[in-house]
Design a protein around this ligand. Structure first.
Ligand SMILES: C[S@@+](CC[C@H](N)C(=O)[O-])C[C@H]1O[C@@H](n2cnc3c(N)ncnc32)[C@H](O)[C@@H]1O
Length: 243
């Protein structure tokens, strides 16, 4: 079970609120290119592809690569801007052994119930030496994510996510080694006002899992913040690269 259902309501909120512009993702594009070394004909798994924005971005950014999008939630698959997206999850990949040249997991690892099973399954489908890029917020690392400034109670939810050490440990048992750990910035919104207007609680797992009172208090803090802050909202997430 994922931490949240990714049913119709979650999927609709995610689709509406969690999409960044190409300019906002410039640093991610550079980082992915550095670690994936994209080349025509390369096959890249997008695991937990959600509404397909990354799969679509990868095929636009890196012409000639083939993206294999796998996603367990039917509601997310239905809303995908990328096709095809096939059913599957981290422990059950509808792919042959040694059949992909790279894999991408964006804000998925905390939903995976059995890290060891996922690690073995990814080891099975990735060719030897191929990179697995994990984009995520990890336990103990809330500082770069601006939402936690307004919703500090949500840090306790983040701290139930796997830590980097836990992910490295599970994947090392399946034969992966850590190749890199980087902090990558993204422009999430042009201003705090824009971020506050676009915010949808259902689109953010840590906000779904705090109490209604905590959410209401955070929302008040965020809206008060819009009176004094007018800079772009920049968040920093981790990129963990395993091979
Ligand atoms: C926060 S969304 C991220 C979607 C997409 N990767 C993105 O960054 O836009 C998390 C996704 O992980 C999927 N997911 C949940 N449990 C999973 C599992 N065990 N294996 C693979 N994906 C899973 C959910 O259905 C959801 O689409």
């Amino acid at each position: 079970m994922a931490r949240i259902a990714y049913d119709d309501a979650d999927a609709a909120a995610f689709e509406a609120a969690r999409h960044l512009t190409d300019d906002g993702l410039a640093a991610w594009r550079t980082a992915v290119a550095r670690h994936l070394s994209p080349r025509p004909g390369m096959r890249v798994l997008d695991l937990g592809a959600g509404t397909g924005r990354w799969a679509r971005a990868f095929t636009t950014w890196f012409p000639g690569i083939e993206v294999l999008a796998v996603e367990p939630s039917e509601a997310m698959r239905t809303r995908s801007v990328f096709a095809p997206v096939v059913a599957g999850d981290a422990a059950h990949l509808p792919l042959d052994d040694d059949s992909v040249d790279g894999a991408w997991m964006s804000t998925v690892i905390h939903h995976v119930p059995d890290l060891a099973a996922a690690a073995h399954e990814l080891r099975r489908v990735l060719r030897p030496g191929a990179p697995l890029l994990i984009r995520s917020a990890f336990a103990g690392r809330h500082e770069g994510i601006t939402l936690f400034r307004w919703f500090p109670e949500a840090i306790r939810v983040l701290d139930t996510y796997p830590s980097i050490a836990e992910v490295e440990d599970a994947f090392s048992r399946a034969g992966f080694e850590t190749a890199a750990l980087e902090q990558i910035p993204q422009t999430t919104a042009a201003s705090l006002r824009e971020a506050a207007t676009a915010l949808r609680r259902d689109a953010h797992t840590p906000l779904k899992l705090i109490t209604d009172d905590e959410y209401a208090a955070g929302l008040r803090r965020m809206h008060e913040g819009t009176r004094v802050e007018n800079r772009p909202v920049v968040d920093v997430l981790d990129l963990l690269v395993l091979r």
